[in-house]
Every structure is written in C-alpha cells, then in structure tokens.
Design a protein around this ligand. Sequence first.
Ligand SMILES: Cc1ncc(C[n+]2csc(CCOP(=O)(O)OP(=O)(O)O)c2C)c(N)n1
Ligand code: SF4
Ligand SMILES: [Mg+2]
Length: 351
Amino acid sequence: MTYIAKPKLRHPSLVPNKVGYTRRDYEGKVSTLCAGCGHDSISAAIVQACWELDIAPHRVAKLSGIGCSSKTPDYFLGASHGFNTVHGRMPSVLTGANLANRDLLYLGVSGDGDSASIGLGQFAHAMRRGVRMVYIVENNGVYGLTKGQFSATADRGSKSKKGATNNDSPVDLVGMALQLGATYVARGFSGDKGQLVPLIAGAMRHGGAAFIDVISPCVAFNNHAGSTRSYDHVREHNEAVSRIDFIDLAQEINVEPEPGEVIELPQADGSTMRLRKLHKDYDPTNRRRAMDHIQAMDAEGEIATGLLYVDPKARDLHAALNTVVPPLNGLDEQALCPGAAALAKINAGLR
Ligand SMILES: Cc1ncc(C[n+]2csc(CCOP(=O)(O)OP(=O)(O)O)c2C)c(N)n1
Ligand code: SF4
Ligand SMILES: [Mg+2]
C-alpha cells in the first residue's frame, strides 16, 4: 500500500457530475504499481464509470484480496468504504457486508491468483448465490506480487519470462461464471478503455452477480513473446462480440459507431442498456449459446470480449433469503431482539 496522498490541487476545468463531484473526487492515493501495469488502467476505468454514473463515492464499498490487483482499491475511490481482506477471501467478506447493508454498491477487486487458486471456492459460491456485486478479476496470468509464477488462468503452452512452459490447463473464470449462474458476464482488456468503462458501468447498474474478467498485462513478468497475456498478443487476438452503447437512454457513452444489430435491455433499476451485437449469430441473452460461441472462439485462439451474457431480470441473494430491506445498523432493539414470544413462534414452526 502507498502512503503518498495526491496533492489537493484541483484543475479549475474539471467538470462536476450531477451529484457535484469531479473525476478527481473518485481518485485515490498515488499508485505504486509498475509503470505500464494494466491494473492502473482498470482503476482509471472504475473512476470514469463512477463519475459518469453520478455515484456518490461514499455509497461504494470496495473490497479486495491480496496481490498487485488487490492493492488497487487504494488508488481509486479514496472517499469510499474499503476492506483489504485476506488472500482469496474477498467474496465471503463482501457477502457478509452486503447482507448487513444492501444500500451500498459493492465492488470486489481480485486477481487471477486470488480468484482462480486460493479463492476459487469463494468465487464460485459468490457467483452461484447471486450476490449483488461487481466482481472484477484483473487477469494477467501470473502472480505479479510474488514475482511472476504462472497462475491458474495461464494458458497451456504459454511461456514464462525465463522460458519455462506452462503444462497445466487454464481455469476459465468466464466459463465458470456462466456455468455457475452469474447474471452479467463480461470480458474486457485494460488496453481498451472505450470498451471497459461501459462494461463496468453496466455491471454497476446490474441487479445481481456481475462478473468482469479484465485481461490486464503484467509488464514486469508476463509481457514477452510466447505469453498469451501480453499487450501484443491480446491486441492481436481480442475479438469483441458486443459493445454497450448506452447505459441510460438519457446518458450517451461516446464510442465509435460500429455496425451490428442493436438490442435494448431494460435493467432492474429502471435504466435501459443498449447493446450492439458485433457477431451476427451471437445472442448475449442466451446462456448456453453464449458459452458455445465463446468456446468456439477460444478453440480458434480468439479472445471473446464485450458483454458476453446478461440476464436483465436477475434476482439477488436478498430476494432469495427474503431479508429485511433497511441496513441492519438502522434497526432498533425491538426489531433485532423481538423477544421470547417471537422465538417460541419460530421454534414452533420448525417442529
Ligand atoms: C494465504 C496466502 N498465501 C499466499 C500468499 C502469497 N501471495 C501474495 S499475492 C499472491 C498471488 C497474487 O496473484 P494475483 O492474485 O494474480 O495478483 P497480481 O499480483 O497478479 O495482480 C500470493 C500467492 C499470501 N499473501 N497469503
Ligand atoms: S509486478 Fe506486474 S502486476 Fe504487479 S504492479 Fe508490476 S506489472 Fe503490475
Ligand atoms: Mg495475477
């Protein structure tokens, strides 16, 4: 973590959004990551998405595990709630916080080591339970913080910086998220901010478990020829299947006009997402067909990016558990401890 705060100076031309904050208000401390690390671009995309969506910083809770990626919440949203948990344990801590207070927007930031190795079980259960959150994996194919060992998402046959070959099959977090029931599944690239910002914004508006795998090259240990997570390799093989044009019909996100069929998807919060299909036969609302399409592209060595799957009618864990709406810290003693008669009634119902 860094202890270098950013200077308080503000450029007079910074534009405030509808809730009165400029982009500067969504930033954090000075990053200590390597210059050129993809993770810093993802932090910038998160800042941009929050500013564009007029989210008040104190309404966000950002949680992470351990790794270079998990350090990044210190470098954005300095005025938000934050919890840097233990390696691989972000999802369970986030689930608890979310159950205690559903009023906040939950942002989980993790790495491929954090989520695909030690935290694989935690990742799986957060997805299958439909915890309402934005779950971002900053995927570089290595354990960056501990000096570049292959992670579980590294492709079979990819080469390490020192020339060793990875012989293990990769864990495909996108495929797992789809199979486990996540209701918003996307893949982005840290080198394509124009694509990434709307993907994050869409996830923030989503009503259930939203997962974004962001390929984020590690310039120190995994950006060489023979790596399938280098800037060059991803630029060459990245193939967008869809592009989010708008989150609200009122709010346009500026992107280059692209060819393709446009579909409008009403979201749980009343906003509308406008999605442009860039592959004619791709259906991002059909889970099974989305999985087939992504796997077919993968077999050809192409990396499918964009919004890969969305269920606009997503339900979250609170709906499944029928929990009370107000945050638990707002309940009075009578509501929290309803007394012996209420307990006796519950017990009688279980006999
Ligand atoms: C319980 C535990 N085991 C192992 C470690 C050592 N460790 C720290 S970070 C890390 C992996 C980080 O890789 P990743 O999540 O991909 O993040 P990156 O640094 O690549 O962004 C490991 C194994 C640890 N901190 N805690
Ligand atoms: S070691 Fe890799 S992942 Fe970590 S900050 Fe440097 S470039 Fe980024
Ligand atoms: Mg990593």
